[in-house]
Design a protein around this ligand. Sequence first.
Ligand SMILES: *Cc1c(COP(=O)(O)O)cnc(C)c1O
Length: 475
Amino acid sequence: MQPAEEERALSLSDRELATAGSLLTEFLRAFEESLDARRVMPVLDRNQLSQLFEAPFPEVGIGVESLFRDIHEKVLPNCATVAHRRFLAYVLGPPNGIAPYAEAVAAALNQNCNFWQLSPAASVIERKVIAWLGSLFGYPEAAGGILTSGGSMANLMALSVAMHEKAPIDLHKAGLSALASPLVVYTSAEAHRSVEKAVAILGLGLDHVRKIPVDADFRLRVDLLERVIEEDRRARATPFCVVAAAGTVNTGAIDPIDDIADLCTRESLWLHVDGAYGALFILANRMKDCLSRCGRADSIALDPHKLLFAPLEAGCLIVRNHDSLRNTFHFTSSYLTVEHDPLLMNYLEYGPQLSRGFKAFKIWCSLQTFGVRAFRMAADRMLELARYMAARVMAEPSLELLAPVELTAVCFRFTNGASSGAVLARLLEEGTALLGPVQLRGRHGIRACITNYRTSESDIDLVMDRLLQPGKTVG
Ligand SMILES: *Cc1c(COP(=O)(O)O)cnc(C)c1O
């Protein structure tokens, strides 16, 4: 007997299941195969695009086959091809191969990663993933952390923890207005804007962020940092936190973390490292020693959706002392009695969210499927490619590097008066590549950022050739 209509309203019939399954696997296969032939960015007709989805609120559904037709005809042609080998703007990579399958399984399991009884395996997997990531930096047993939506949220949460740990009063109870003097944050002039955004959201006030100038290589100047902290102390402000960058978003500069950590120890300040772009390059041989210094920080923001090629969203905050997260985010309520277990985590006590998805799963699946070695090779290779590109820039009389190439961002400009804006637009229009603009010390230029495990030397060659030869078109 067929179940009543109301009962099967939101499930698929056996026939629909088979159809959805084969349409999905065919979609994934064909999409992967088509990547090289796709435009990096779609040619958009904005009017047409907004009309494309001008349907009335659908009272009756269109069914699985029509849905996939919409995906092919309406959605796919209007998507950025983020996985394209020459998508070289921002810090945005392709998802790794297992990602779509991991996401599908996570959706089916639909674990709520708030307290462990609701998500036992997920709770242990998240803790394991965080322990793995923490161990890269030599973090101790007592370390912990939580997966977030991204680096911005990890930075926001880190500043929140720092503020609660370092304020001289109970901020949960009394609030910022009860402070006798303002809390002050220090970061570099090259810091990601999510740092200032976090300061503003937390109510600390942008007037209390000190953006310390950088040296010739775009790294925070520790001598100036020390001086500004001293001035603030004399003016009776309360320094509480330094945010250092392990890879600034513009140039990939790595702040002198050892010296900053020494200063933070002397001054009893919280050291947070924004490693959303760069910290996971610790996987690469070339960067291992330098980035191991991040382990001296009280907290590190990482982005598995960048260098581990997890699909969006997957950020991570790791903290040296797991209790610091709990001190900030733990609340009790009558309707949520949570059972404690020394082996299992209740993540609702370690972050602002209650209901939380199973973000750890896609990261765990990626590491399980490919092994960390594959990620090490990808990181090494991307660093090599950036150096190859930098060498090509240096070999061109009409180009000049705007910054040393520390990670995979290559910033340069034309010295022959060519407009970088016009060249970027041409590269995009002819379908060669998407590169980004950059402004460094008032000079405008181009920024290429390699964050794709598929990008190869021949892609870099093509981009460089097309940059320099406006006459010919791509064959
Ligand atoms: C990407 C990035 C961020 C922000 O991370 P999201 O995951 O986009 O929120 C912060 N800092 C740096 C250095 C970044 O590269």
